[in-house]
Structure formats: C-alpha cells, structure tokens
Design a protein around this ligand. Sequence first.
Ligand code: GLY
Length: 373
Amino acid sequence: MAGKKTQKTRCVHVNVGKGYDILIREGILSYAGEETAKVCPKAVKAAVVCDGNAFVPHGGPVEGDLWDAGLSCAQYILEPGEQNKNIGHYAEILAFLAENRLTREDCLVALGGGVTGDMAGFAAATYLRGISYVQIPTTLLAMVDSSVGGKTAIDLPAGKNLAGAFCQPSLVLCDPLTLKTLPDDVFRDGCAEVIKYGVLYDRDFFLKLKALAETDRTGQSLKQKLAKDLEEIIETCVSFKRNVVEQDEFDRGERKKLNLGHTFGHAIEHCSHYGQSHGSAVAAGMAIMARAAVRKGYMDEADARLLEETLQLYGLPVTTAYPAQQLAEAAMSDKKSSQYAIDLVVPRSIGNCELVRIETKDLQDWIEAGLAW
Ligand code: GLY
C-alpha cells in the first residue's frame, strides 16, 4: 500500500489474540482486496456478507477489488435492520459459506453496519470452528464501536445479543468516505457513541466535539461540520476502545464501562420495540444517567447540563417519554442482568466514570431520578 497512497493511513493496532490493525483513511475501501490478502495470505476465497444499504454504493467495488487481489468472491446480501439479526439469517450465512465451500484458510468480509458486522462475525467465529474475518464498517457507529473488539452476536427472541462469541477480526478498515452517503439520522446515531468516549475518558475530546458542532457555518449539516476531523475522531475513539479491549477482552471489568448510557438506552429500545435507534436511545440513556448521578451525589450539575447541551447540539434526545417503571422492567428483562444486582456506569464528571453496583430493586429509583430535572 505504501507508495500508492500519498495521504497518511492512520493505524491503531489492537494487541489481543493474534493482534490486528484498524486502518483509517479516506479511500481505504479501494484497497480492501490488497489489505485482506495481506492478513489472510493463504485464502483463495472471500465470502462478503453485505447489508442492503452498503451493497449499492460499495458491494460491487469491494468485490471487484477482492477479485483483483486474487480472491474469488461470493456475496451474501442481508436485509438491513436489527430485526434481521436473528438465528434464521445466521443459519443462512452458514449455509452460504458451506455452499461456497469456504475452507479454514479462506476468509469472510463483513461490509456494512453493526448488525452485519455482529452477525457475520458470529458466523465467522463458528463456521468450521472459526475462520478469519475482516470488518469493513460503513456506519460511524460500527466504525467506533461494534467493529472493534471482537464481540460477535445474534439476537434471540428473549433479548439482544444473547448468542455470540468473542472472536477478534483479522483487520478493520474504516473509510470515512462511506459516511458521505449515510442518512443524517444514522450519522447522528454514531455521534452518540463518539460523545460517549469523551464522557468516559477525555474531557478535552468531549469539548472539542462540542465546539465542532457549535461552529456556526450557515447551512452546513452536522456531517459537513465534522467532515475534516472525522479520521482523527475515529482514530481517537478506536484508540480508547483498543485500550479497554486490551485490558479486558472478555468484558469482566473495565470493558463494562463502554455500556455508559446502554442500560437505560437498551430499555428505551426495548420499550419502543426497536423503533427507536440504538444511538439515539444511548444518548437519552446517558443524559438520564447523568441527571441521576447528580441527584445521587456523584456528579456536578454543571457537567450533566454540559452533556445535555452537547447531545442536543448533535440533534440527539436527552430523555424519553416512557415511565420509569416500564423502563426498569425492560432493563430487567435483559437476560444478561443478574436477578439481584446491576452494574451501572455512573459519570463522576465529563471524562471520568465509574462502575457502581446497585440492587435491582433500586433501578427504578435511579431512572426516576434521571428522567427530568
Ligand atoms: N460495544 C461494547 C463493547 O464492545 O464492549
């Protein structure tokens, strides 16, 4: 790749399992074949699992690029949407891999958003007891969160991500140019996860995000305001995630902090029957948690208000109309919660959060404390 590209490729190396690179650069998608062949040197075939949204702009070029790199290629196209992250489509992907006679030396390429990456990753983790896979996320949310760290999963009727495996990819390619065609609301969804990293780990990064959204350039969309900083923003976020995953690959401690806003966010998604998007639910969940943290004496009001203001600058919601009791019940129906206790990620200030274990009977009280000022 060096020599062909004048612009610098940002590289974040993740040192877990065999180790892998996250490469970030505008235009990196045109090197998908070359980069895949480098990390899967014995592969003869590449199975591309692609969601319908990513297929139209990117499916053809990525497939062509894989062929050019000497990999024979077949594509499985997945209907977009969380409702498709199910055992039926997972079984179809496995059948597709088998029909195309992929061997352990071949590889899978996941091209699309978080649903595609999670499900294709789980298929790669389990087909022939595991084959290599490459993540090519095409949404901001997938770039900064789900494509990194090896959490692969499908949903079961009883809840989200209830069957899955920890299985690290061999490579992640993030091309910010793919975000140009994203609908604004899907882009904003990813911004919620970006803001989350600022709240968790870095006040200056958070303030920079706020300043970028505040920039008064008449007529510019949020995406345009962020455009020239996107590579750096993605690099910053995946570097935070890398640090966490290297410390706690299997989600026993520090990694749980990445769930900031998610306990209440998942409850909102559940109450909306998944009509409300993940990122917007997480944004509301973070704001609810911040107000609750103020009421419970963990955080200053000024920081909670700063978070609210920033989320609103990004066009994200800061509360929900669902009542606390319904949200608490939804949070407890998450089969990953213990019956007696739940770990909340509670902000102390912007840039510093801690895990607080509460009894589940107190969950509704926390939600009530945070729904409004
Ligand atoms: N999405 C949270 C994690 O990877 O742990």
